[in-house]
Every structure is written in C-alpha cells, then in structure tokens.
Design a protein around this ligand. Structure first.
Ligand code: NIG
Ligand code: FE
Length: 420
C-alpha cells in the first residue's frame, strides 16, 4: 500500500475507536483512545494506519513520494464535525444587537418582523451566486478552525423558490470547497409574513409543494422543524416530520429551546436522529430520547449569545444515557459563530462536560447525528483521512485555552488544506 502522507511524533493522537455503529452514551461518552507519540499513515483519501510512531514506522514503507509531517508538540484529532449549522443565508443582523442590549427577547424581535424574518428578506433578495459566495467564505473560516464536515440547513427562504435556491446553493458550496456539507430542509423554520394569520396554510405549502420537490431533486438528507411557542406546535411539527419521513428523509428538530413544549418527546416518538437545543427538556423527554437512541445536539454557543442563564442539562442527559453531540448552530441571529473550538470551552465551563466527552461530541457523536459515522468522526483504518492538528501539548489544553485558533494543520481526504 502506497503511503502518501505520514503524520508522526504527535504528542497525542486522540480518537474514539470502534464507535462507528452506535453513538457513544453514558460512561461511553468519555471513552477516548489516546496514543502518546502517535502517528497516522494515509493512503490517498483514506487512513491506512493509526498507532504509536514506532509501530507505524515499523509497518509502513516511506519513500520519496510520501509527504511527512512532524507533529511534535501537536495534538491530532479527527477533523471536527459540526452537526447543526445554518451556514447559507443572506445579510447579517448586527443591527439587532442594540435591541438585545435593551433587553428585548429573541422571540419578541421575531414577532416584530425582525430576527429570522429579517434574514428571510435578505435571503430572498440574494441571488444564488451571492448565497454561494457567502457560504464558501463561511466554510473557509470553519475549515481554518478545524471543521471538515458540517450539516447545513435551509430555512431562510420560506417560499418554494427560495428554499430550493438555498438548497441548491448549499450543494454548490459543498462542491466548491473542502468542507463536506450534509443538507437539511428547514422550510418550517418560521411562519413567513404572508402567512402570519394562516400558519397551517404555510405548512400545507411546506408539505405539498416544497417537500416533494426537495426530495425529487435530491436536495436534502434530513428535514428539521422549529418546534417552539409561537412558531410551530408539537402537532404542526408532527405533521411536517411525518410527511418528510414518508418521503424517506431523516428527521431532526429544534426542540425545547425556549418553552418546554415536548419536542424531545416527539423526536423520540418519530425516531428522529437528533433533537437539538434542549435547554428546557423535561425529565420525560430525556428518558424517551435515551430509550429511542435520539442524539441530543446541544448548542451552548447559542445559549451564551442569547444571554440565557440556563444551559441545556447536559450532565443529566449523559447520566440518563442520551448520546450527546455539540454544534455551533452557526446562523446570522442567535449564533454568529462558526468556530467549534469556542464550543469546546463553553461546553466544558457551562455544560460541565469533561474534555473527553466534548471531544466525542464534536467528532464521532456529531458524525452519527448527520449519518456520516461510517466515513468520518474517528481515526480508524479505512475511514476518510480528515484530520485536525492543534498546536497544543495535550487535549486538555484545547478546553483550557480559549479565543485563539489553535489549528496548525487541517487535512481533508488526505490533502493538506490548511497550514498555519
Ligand atoms: O437554531 N432556533 C431557531 N433557529 C435558529 C436561529 C435562527 C436565527 O435567529 O436566524 C437557531 O437558533
Ligand atoms: Fe439552529
């Protein structure tokens, strides 16, 4: 086997092996394999061997064509996976900061026609090319911070035309740069102003017009709904998700973020792959998600940015057996951050998750949350050679330092795509 790339002498190679079939939960959430003085050998686009530098050097042939990276003083992780983003959108919302500082709540800004609806206007007005350019720029930022795979939602179009335009833009962004994007249709993200008095009429359009076209054009893998007081009820969410499931899409939910409506229970009932946010999840919701194996995708950057004083009960969820993943929720309103490294800090400090639990939450469990666990999320022979090298003496250091991009090298499908 020809070794095209060899990373050797890493202070630590950190990964969770043997978890590609099932997400890690309970005490398993913190199961990490840490190889001191580690090495990873790559053949083309895939990982050929992972082990100590001595072991790997003993087993492989290195010749002039092998690119060799000395990773002394570095920690090697699987390329990071961000399982919840709204990375393609028009405009930005810095003007809402003043309202926020005056104490106007997030849902009140939306009720006044701002918030998500202001991004809807900007997204409708943008050309597909403009959306693609913005998406590429954001993906380049993500890549520079270690993210090599991400989920990407529509949901700022809210007409059939603008939702399709967004999903086509997501597909184009996926092809134009190294970060792999997994597309999610989020037509039920808000009630657009044309349907203010008739939300169920809007859901008819989502179900009868948008969903069939999205599926027919093969533009999404998942369907998501914003299940929230004043947005879509549990009943309305069920309607949309059941229609999506009948068409073969996987299910996700924005659930139990601001009001405890019971979105988590619905996610468990319908066999969703994940329920996301979960700040006010009930004990019943936790129990049902654990029993159904629904992944809890926690978005603590959003809680931070919305200045909420109550974070999702991550410890309770882990103890109850809910597999936990973490994501940025990158979007123009509630979380204009696309750096998973910052999520590592917030998750440790405010969710009280330990560094090993957090690392699994942004690698293998995140990969499970977007159906990519067979390809990415851990460093194992045969998986895609996606790696993030950090200028850090050990993995605890990633949770200890904050605000500085610690990436030194990013490798996507065996190619060096970022080098600092
Ligand atoms: O995940 N909660 C709903 N949707 C996004 C926010 C979108 C926005 O504010 O533009 C979220 O936080
Ligand atoms: Fe979101």
């Amino acid at each position: 086997m020809e070794i095209t790339l060899l990373i050797k002498n890493a202070n630590q190679v950190v990964t969770s092996r043997g978890a590609s079939e099932k997400p890690l939960s309970g005490t398993g959430q913190k199961a990490l394999t840490v190889i001191e003085d580690g090495a990873v050998a790559v053949c083309g686009e895939t990982i050929a061997l992972v082990g100590s530098t001595a072991e790997v050097l003993d087993k492989i042939q290195v010749d002039d064509s092998t690119k060799v990276l000395d990773a002394s003083g570095k920690v090697v992780l699987p390329g990071l996976v961000d399982p919840h983003t709204h990375v393609v959108f028009g405009g930005s919302r810095e003007h809402e900061l003043a309202l926020k500082l005056q104490g106007v709540p997030y849902l009140e800004i939306l009720a006044r026609g701002g918030g998500i609806l202001s991004s809807v206007e900007a997204t409708r007005a943008a050309s597909k090319e403009e959306l693609i350019a913005g998406g590429i720029k954001s993906c380049q930022q993500m890549l520079a911070q270690g993210t090599t795979t991400a989920e990407a939602k529509s949901g700022y179009g809210l007409t059939t035309k603008a939702e399709i335009k967004t999903l086509e833009a997501i597909k184009a962004v996926d092809r134009a740069q190294p970060v792999d994007l997994i597309p999610t249709f989020l037509g039920a993200h808000a009630v657009p102003k044309e349907y203010k008095e008739n939300p169920d009429g809007y859901l008819d359009v989502v179900i009868k017009d948008m969903l069939p076209q999205v599926v027919e054009k093969n533009l999404a893998r998942y369907c998501d709904v914003f299940c929230e007081e004043g947005i879509f009820s549990v009943e309305q969410s069920r309607r949309v998700l059941m229609a999506a499931r009948n068409l073969g899409l996987g299910l996700k939910m924005h659930a139990d973020e601001i009001s405890p409506l019971g979105g988590s229970e619905l996610a468990a009932e319908l066999g969703a792959v994940s329920a996301d946010h979960l700040l006010v999840i009930s004990d019943q919701g936790i129990e049902n998600m654990a029993a159904a194996g629904v992944i809890g995708v926690i978005l603590p950057g959003t809680t931070f940015y919305l200045c909420e004083d109550h974070y999702a009960p991550a410890r309770k969820m882990i103890e109850a057996g809910v597999p936990v993943a973490l994501a940025t929720d990158f979007n123009p309103g509630s979380s204009p951050n696309n750096n998973l490294q910052l999520i590592v800090n917030i998750a440790c400090l405010y969710l009280r998750m330990t560094p090993p639990e957090v690392i699994n939450a942004i690698t293998i469990n995140a990969a499970h949350a977007i159906g990519r666990s067979e390809q990415v999320g851990s460093l194992e022979e045969g998986k895609m050679a996606d790696l993030a090298l950090f200028a850090a003496p050990n993995y605890d250091y990633l949770a200890y330092r904050y605000g500085t991009n610690l990436i030194s090298t990013v490798i996507k499908k065996g190619k060096i795509v970022v080098e600092v």
